[in-house]
Design a protein around this ligand. Structure first.
Ligand SMILES: [Zn+2]
Length: 108
């Protein structure tokens, strides 16, 4: 049984949730996250609320065309500002910083 006041993915208390952080220093929780996303009916309302926050942090995108299309549909139906646009997910390179450091795109 999953504890109500803990993130269902990393199992830390909500305030200490590790899901925002990725990289090699953190365990790969992709499989766990996928199973949880497929079975949200097993979660408490608090955990579902937390999961929504985690999924917003992640902004998951797909390599599969059909899945991308479904996501696009959902985003347009949602119409809420929390859904990030493509540009927000893929911010342009901070060219001004490169200029200050006298770097070009080839250096990056
Ligand atoms: Zn977590």
């Amino acid at each position: 049984m999953i504890k109500e006041d803990k993130c269902p993915i990393c199992e830390y208390i909500f305030e200490d949730c590790q899901c925002r952080f990725g990289g090699t220093a953190h365990p790969d929780r992709n499989k766990r996250a996928r199973v949880i996303a497929d079975h949200i009916y097993l979660l408490t309302d608090k955990q579902i609320k937390h999961l929504k926050k985690v999924q917003k942090w992640w902004s998951i995108s797909y390599g599969d065309k059909e899945m991308c299309q479904i996501l696009k549909e959902l985003e347009s139906k949602c119409g809420c500002s929390v859904v990030k646009s493509w540009n927000e997910r893929h911010p342009p390179k901070p060219k001004t910083i490169y200029k200050k450091l006298k770097l070009t795109d080839d250096d990056i």
